[in-house]
Design a binder for this molecule. Structure first.
Ligand code: NAP
Length: 246
């Protein structure tokens, strides 16, 4: 249900984004792996063993970088991508009283403004090409955007913003046939969570009803479902993939 479509995936050099590329490609999509780390994005594409995919160096907090990436994509595929997955994200954890302006702004710039830039650039191209119907945007938020988390004020605010951005985009783009949804992962085994100390990990795991962390493919499967026409009447939704953690 994604076969033959072109997909643009940010944060594709690692973790959840890399798994999304793998599953979309397995299901027949042409995948553009976009990441600020070109070597990692290239490794994602190389592992797919198909010259039809593309790796691009993209800094999502830089509008020009995104516009350039879409130009390159349209050059190669002669059409804008109609599956967009915003998985690029960062953390800069600190308690509010110690959180620097710089770390607050950096996380908002990448996680929220980056998602906005990609959505705006993609939808302009999709609408210009008149191929909105069947297009799908999936934004990776976080359960932390709903619950908050100590030491993650910047991250929680950015991810709450992604939920609100998703809802608003779904209202504005329904007229073009473009769906916009968010996934809210819980605690997932990726490089992002590798640095969490073991004792803190154990505390979190105890609170998860399934008593384990999630795997990146368990999130990527849901993202692929939302990207595909199998979810054709799901729009403006935020789907939790948390093992039951709220
Ligand atoms: P990850 O393994 O760190 O992957 C994130 C990827 O995004 C990395 O390749 C990273 O590059 C890239 N990236 C970061 N900033 C970028 C930028 N400005 N422009 C382009 N690419 C950029 O993390 P992940 O766990 O897969 O996270 C994917 C998404 O899921 C994120 O939005 C994250 O907030 C969200 N999420 C994760 C969890 C979890 O438990 N892992 C839970 C909830 C939500 P570098 O390697 O160079 O940083």
């Amino acid at each position: 249900m994604v076969a033959g479509k072109v997909a643009f995936v940010t944060g594709a050099g690692s973790g959840i984004g890399r798994e999304v590329c793998r599953i979309l490609a397995k299901q027949g999509a042409k995948v553009i792996a976009a990441d600020r780390n070109l070597e990692n994005a290239t490794n994602t594409i190389t592992s797919l063993n198909d010259p039809g995919h593309l790796a691009l160096n993209v800094e999502v907090s830089n509008e020009q970088s995104i516009q350039q990436a879409f130009k390159s994509a349209i050059n190669k595929y002669l059409t804008p991508p109609t599956i967009i997955v915003n998985s690029a994200g960062i953390t800069r954890d600190q308690f509010i009283l110690k959180l620097s302006n710089e770390d607050f702004a950096k996380v908002l710039d990448v996680n929220l403004k980056g998602t906005f830039y990609v959505i705006q650039t993609a939808v302009k191209e999709i609408v210009n090409a008149n191929i909105g119907i069947g297009s799908s945007i999936v934004n990776v938020s976080s359960i932390i955007g709903k619950t908050g988390n100590m030491g993650q004020a910047n991250y929680a605010a950015s991810k709450a913003g992604v939920i609100a951005l998703t809802q608003t985009a779904s209202l504005e783009f329904g007229q073009f046939g473009i769906r916009v949804n968010a996934v809210l992962p819980g605690f997932i085994e990726t490089p992002m969570t590798e640095t969490v100390p073991d004792n803190v990990k154990q505390l979190f795991i105890q609170k998860i009803p399934l008593h384990r962390m999630g795997k990146p493919e368990e999130v990527a499967e849901v993202i692929t479902f939302l990207a595909s026409s199998k979810s054709s009447y799901i729009n403006g939704a935020s789907i939790e993939v948390t093992g039951g953690l709220h």
